[in-house]
Design a binder for this molecule. Sequence first.
Ligand SMILES: [Zn+2]
Ligand SMILES: [Zn+2]
Length: 111
Amino acid sequence: MAKEWARPFYRSKAWQQCRIAYIASVYGLCETCAEKGIDKPGKILHHTILLTPFNINDPDVTLNWNYLRYECKECHDKNEGHGVAVRVEATRDGLMFDDSGQLVEINNVNG
Ligand SMILES: [Zn+2]
Ligand SMILES: [Zn+2]
């Protein structure tokens, strides 16, 4: 489920419109299955970049199609690597926000 700080974003009109347009662009099909030649309806529009309280209000990140991937539930659950594709910028001094929005030292974060 969306984090508390992410909820206003997921409710925003900009995201809803982005979501509809993106899903239409992939014909509503799971992109991972499609790469294997399988036509399967997608279910989850996944950000391949880790969303944090730091970037959630940056449309270049949150609404950027380069960071979106539409997947069926099975593929998404298999692939749950939020933020793996694009490394999160350090905020400063080797600190970053982790998945729950806590500031942590980068050395302490796996992957
Ligand atoms: Zn799939
Ligand atoms: Zn995801």
